[in-house]
Design a protein around this ligand. Structure first.
Ligand code: PMP
Length: 349
């Protein structure tokens, strides 16, 4: 604490990111990164196309076009930022109505309350139902906006597009943000709904299914009037959000469809196999459509299990939060890493 701190700093409740250990011999299954490296075409694009002596394109047009081509959209419906966390920050600043609270599931991404404390937005967490699912009927109360991940994090549970539509229909006067960080692992994207709903913003990231967490690239898709507000906030903050390396690499990633399909299908196959093996070991496994599983065991304390795995050099995520403190969230690794995890759990359990 310091006498130079502004009043807002005293009130912040910052997000605490998952551990990023230095040791390379650890099996790192704690922060939902992709276990596979990015496409070789991504790596070669960085050295061949990034002119680092020049400022980046302030509009990131090449990347917007690559995303628009991939999803068959107009460029005016695409906004890009330095990771989806930054895109979300701009959304929180630009598109929420401060008269009523922002609604989000009580078990969800912990950056949402962090941004609310930073931007002075009131919050109303909505409890998940007893199956840890989002119930669209709970989102029919007065609000200044709605946000939820789909699939949800850390549960991995997906919400069907029909239910997303229900939430949109019930809230025509507030912005509904669908955070699709994990959508490529089995959910159905709401991008197809953007043309029908003037209040929908879909956010995605290249950090998970495209193996580019280290680069920081995310984007939003919405009707042009919402994108315009995000561009205004961005241009009042930083003219060059995406650096040249990130833009070149992200464009190459969208163009290498074959590599993208190959790696995401491997992760989906490993997730299904791992879920079966964990069930055989006596774990309850929440059905996941993400690149992680959310599990609990009636006979073992989750925090102690995480510590036991740590002594076997495997890091998983345990949240000290009400309702989920007996769960572990485990990122899907390579097939070999998953086997090591099962071998370790077989000994521990
Ligand atoms: N949304 C959710 C639900 C996440 O889990 C994450 C990653 N922690 C993000 C957004 C942010 O991803 P990034 O900033 O790497 O794009």
């Amino acid at each position: 604490m310091s006498r130079f701190w502004s009043p807002i700093v005293h009130k912040l409740t910052p997000y605490v990111a998952g551990e990023q250990p230095k040791l390379s011999n650890l099996i790192k299954l704690n922060t939902n990164e992709n276990p596979y490296p990015p496409s070789p075409k991504v790596l070669s694009s960085i050295s061949s196309t990034a002119k680092l002596e020049l400022y980046p394109d302030p509009n990131s047009d090449q990347l917007k076009d690559a995303i628009a081509d991939y999803y068959q959209l107009e460029r005016s419906t695409v906004f890009v930022g330095n990771g989806s966390d930054e895109v979300l920050a701009h959304i929180f600043q630009a598109l929420l109505n401060h008269d009523d609270p922002l609604l989000f599931p009580d078990v969800s991404y912990s950056f949402y309350p962090a941004y609310c404390s930073l931007y002075d937005i009131r919050t109303q967490p909505i409890p998940l139902d007893d199956q840890l699912s989002i119930d669209p009927d709970d989102y029919r109360i007065a609000n200044g906006g709605i946000i939820f991940p789909n699939p949800n994090a850390p549960t991995g549970k997906v919400l069907a597009l029909e239910s997303v539509r229900e939430i949109l229909n019930a809230n025509p006067d507030s912005v509904v943000v669908i955070d699709e960080a994990y959508i490529d692992f089995g959910g159905e994207t709401a991008i197809s709904l953007v043309q029908d709903y003037d209040n929908l913003v879909v956010v995605q990231t290249l950090s998970k299914s495209r193996s580019l967490a280290g680069l920081r690239v995310g984007f939003a898709i919405a009707q042009a009037h919402l994108i315009e507000a995000l561009e205004r906030v961005k241009n009042s903050f930083n003219s060059y959000p995406i650096d040249r390396v990130a833009e070149a690499a992200a464009c190459a990633s969208f163009k290498d469809v074959e590599y993208f399909e190959l790696t995401r299908n491997k992760i989906i196959a490993s997730r299904e196999q791992l879920s079966e093996q964990l069930t055989t070991l006596g774990f309850t496994v929440i059905p996941s459509k993400a690149n992680f599983v959310f599990i609990r065991h009636n006979d073992f304390d989750a925090e102690q299990l995480a510590q036991s795995l740590r002594t076997e050099s495997i890091i998983v995520r345990h949240f000290k939060k009400p309702r989920i403190e007996q769960f572990l969230r485990i990122t899907i690794g390579t097939a070999e890493q998953c086997q090591k995890l099962i071998a370790a759990l077989t000994v521990i359990c």
